[in-house]
Design a protein around this ligand. Structure first.
Ligand SMILES: [Fe+2]
Ligand SMILES: [Fe+2]
Ligand SMILES: [Fe+2]
Ligand SMILES: [Fe+2]
Length: 402
């Protein structure tokens, strides 16, 4: 059955407002649920936050009061959706538990997108980035064991392995080398636009989260690790946002944002295991269909083109949270030693990279290394969750001598 969001009818905008009782959703159970339900919640929160911030930016560049009003009306509903989605997360979970879930999202969502991406240059950008968030998961899991005395398998539940990726200290690159080449809006596959927007939104929310929660810790190593990884998420936002063609008009971007919201709510509705959460995805999909219709009207009026000229003819296959263990192990084996140079990738160190590394590390071990040393000292060994055998890269095995 094909689902074309441009042909479907949604809920009229004047019936989308929810009262306090309707906004007061019951959160998921943090200990007995599908970890991928929490991942879907986090991913859609990132999408809603992006839709709100994009709409604000649009409004700030828009001289037409009627357009500003319509943006404000839809944006208020997006803000309600964001409240409902993010409030599905339980207050019982600690900040570090949510952090580990954020990195699980980054790993399994980016790996899925990399696997499905039709354009080789874009695919490589996702494959490059995913090995870094994979390593963040391992660093935070060690912090978690050390300061909360709990194990990350309680959160990721054997769906995602926890073991070194490209080591975090090597993620600090000269900012110039984080800017990629954009796709060409005239020839790009519509699926590639959706992928770029989704991953950019996910990384942006991770960056925002770490910049806010990092200083709420008392433990110096926790404060330092959030600073270090927070700076890498800044690099990741730069990396992914630069994939988007900056020549797309505001109307075109708005249309793509609303279409992507339809795509993701539809995807997650199709794959959700928790019936209460599934009902939220379904409701929000029906709201997004109307947002899309309104965006399409504006696009036709102000951009002068038909939505079909930039959107996919049918909704692509649903975005699915599922284990990507073999795929990630393959990337570890073949691409762990990559870094960037300009808009490309190299295996070798280069002068600009070495200069940045020397300056930021200042001759000391970075927090991402100290956290592993400290946890080895406290727990007798570092934390890993290797469900598929020893690490594929021999120098990164747990029993190595160093
Ligand atoms: Fe939305
Ligand atoms: Fe990360
Ligand atoms: Fe990231
Ligand atoms: Fe929307």
């Amino acid at each position: 059955m094909t689902f074309n969001p441009l042909q479907e009818r949604g809920i009229p905008l004047d019936r989308q407002l929810r009262n306090w009782r309707e906004l007061n959703v019951t959160p998921i159970d943090p200990d007995h649920g599908d970890p991928y339900t929490r991942c879907r919640i986090i991913a859609l929160n990132g999408i809603e936050v992006e839709s709100i911030m994009f709409s604000h930016q649009f409004a700030r560049h828009c001289p037409d009061p009627a357009v500003k009003q319509q943006l404000a009306e839809v944006r208020y509903i997006e803000a309600q959706q964001q409240k409902v989605v993010n409030w599905l997360l339980p207050g019982l979970a600690s900040v570090l538990e949510t952090t580990i879930a954020y990195e699980q999202v980054a790993v399994d969502l980016t790996a899925w997108v990399a696997r499905m991406e039709p354009d080789p240059y874009l695919k490589r950008a996702y494959e490059f980035g995913v090995l870094e968030d994979f390593d963040h998961l391992y660093r935070y899991a060690n912090l978690y064991e050390m300061i909360e005395h709990r194990k990350a398998e309680k959160i990721v539940d054997n769906l995602t392995e926890v073991t070194p990726g490209r080591p975090t200290y090597l993620h600090h690159r000269h900012p110039v080398d984080n800017v990629r080449e954009p796709y060409d809006k005239n020839v790009v596959d519509p699926l590639s636009r959706l992928h770029a927007l989704t991953i950019m939104a996910a990384e942006q929310q991770t960056m925002n989260f770490y910049m806010n929660v990092g200083p709420t810790y008392m433990e110096p190593i926790a404060r330092q690790l959030y600073q270090e990884i927070g700076l890498i998420e800044e690099e990741h936002v730069t990396h992914y946002e630069s994939l988007v063609d900056p020549g797309e008009t505001w109307w075109e971007q708005l249309l793509t944002h609303e279409y992507n919201e339809c795509y993701l709510y539809h995807s997650f509705m199709e794959t959700e295991s928790d019936p209460k959460v599934k009902a939220v995805w379904e409701l929000h999909l029906n709201m997004e269909l109307e947002h899309l219709r309104l965006a399409a009207e504006m696009f036709k009026r102000h951009d002068g083109r038909e939505p079909e000229q930039v959107l996919a003819p049918v909704l692509p296959a649903p975005v699915t949270f599922e284990p990507n263990k073999a795929y990630l192990r393959d990337l570890l084996t073949n691409t762990i030693d990559f870094t960037t140079i300009g808009t490309g990738y190299v295996r070798d160190m280069h002068e600009r990279f070495e200069g940045w590394q020397a300056a930021i590390h200042g001759g000391e071990k970075p927090p991402s290394e100290v956290v592993i040393d400290e946890n080895r000292g406290k727990s007798g060994r570092e934390y890993r969750l290797e469900t598929e055998g020893p690490h594929p890269v021999s120098s990164l095995r747990a029993d190595r001598d160093d």
